[in-house]
Design a protein around this ligand. Structure first.
Ligand SMILES: [Zn+2]
Length: 355
């Protein structure tokens, strides 16, 4: 098993929810960082999630092309081929944060493409897509989520939604200072009323609990993963009291966590905050900044230590084997893979590969 089938992905997420662990979702922007992520998951004997951002998708198509669908499908095709060489782990492919202005040029065409793949008896290119409604009012967020959840069912993919706003900056999008950084149980119940709890199609949800995208110094932000526990408890209570019409109470009989949750802005978070978030139902944690840094730190080390070999200076010709992109690329990949291993250990997915 290599790239997850839709059934396998659903099984992975259930295994994480019931097993009390989560998968790292590693952002990649090249075949090199994709290979690094696979290397890390294999080393950790962990299944995992590999994702491309809106900027990463455009970059993957070639900077002179800048087409997000092309970049995404190219990455998925490459991943499907190389992942065959890692028979003991399963990896799901995901598209990360798609804000409202990118839906028509990115996630909607991908969902249409995948629905067509399903109609032709193939597997979808990706296993899940994220709709980032954090910049629009909650009702509009849920209107669009409803539409995309329908389309996700036709594509046999899982939808990821974001409720509330995440601070910091990602791909040039900066949340405003008065953005809603903490979701409430009422928000969660509104979500369950509109989207159900799995019976209208499977989705995973990023409720905000003070998350910030990017690296930050300790103390800059107050993460409150306990909020996720309140959300699970109060939503479950609302289901059992019949306050969420149509919610599949039967499906929830074997869990105290009605929502499968996503942790955004995982880089730089403390082990305690991560552990509590996972206990409260987080099954996926996004990691981008820390793996970017791990890759670049190793490359910078090589360049500074070998500056007179990677450059032609003082009339010399440098040293081919030091400036061959593979020589520093392998170091970047191995350092990033090591950071992926740490993420698997922190989230508890290490050693849990289903195969
Ligand atoms: Zn987010």
């Amino acid at each position: 098993m290599t790239i997850a089938t839709p059934e396998r992905y659903a099984h992975m997420l259930e295994a994480a929810r019931s097993g009390g662990y989560a998968y790292p979702a590693i952002n990649v922007t090249s075949t090199q960082t994709l290979n690094a992520a696979l290397q890390g998951f294999a080393q950790a004997e962990s299944d995992g999630i590999i994702q491309v951002s809106v900027g990463g998708a455009a970059y993957l198509s070639g900077q002179a092309v800048g087409n997000r669908v092309t970049g995404s499908l190219a990455l998925a095709a490459f991943a499907r081929e190389v992942a065959k060489r890692y028979p003991h782990i399963t990896v799901a492919l995901h598209t990360d944060h798609c804000a409202v202005q990118y839906l028509d040029e990115w996630v909607r065409p991908l969902l249409a493409y995948e629905a067509d793949q399903i109609a032709h008896g193939q597997e979808p290119a990706f296993q899940s897509h994220m709709w980032d409604g954090s910049t629009v009012p909650l009702e509009q967020n849920l209107d669009i989520a409803e539409e995309l959840l329908d389309k996700s069912q036709a594509a046999h993919t899982i939808l990821e939604i974001e409720i509330g706003a995440v601070g910091g900056e990602e791909d040039g999008h900066r949340a405003s200072a008065n953005a809603k950084l903490y979701s409430t149980p009422d928000d969660a119940i509104r979500v369950a009323r509109r989207l159900g709890l799995g019976e209208q199609g499977r989705y995973i949800a990023a409720f905000t609990f003070g998350n910030v995208h990017g690296a930050y110094k300790p103390g800059f932000v107050k993460l409150r993963p306990d909020i996720l526990g309140d959300i699970q408890r109060e939503t479950l209570a609302a289901v059992s009291e019949g306050r969420i019409e149509g919610a599949a109470a039967a499906e929830l009989s074997n869990t105290d966590k009605p929502f499968m949750l996503v942790f955004h802005g995982g880089s730089g978070s403390s082990a305690e905050d991560i552990a509590l978030a996972v206990r409260n139902g987080v099954v996926k944690m996004n990691i981008d900044t820390d793996t970017q840094y791990a890759f670049t730190r190793a490359v910078a080390g090589h360049m500074f230590a070998n500056y007179d070999k990677v450059l032609k200076i003082d009339g010399e010709v440098g040293e081919k084997k030091q400036y061959d992109p593979r020589s520093w690329g392998k170091q970047g990949e191995s350092a990033m893979a090591q950071r992926v291993v740490e993420a698997c250990q922190e989230l508890g997915s290490a050693g849990h590969a289903l195969d």
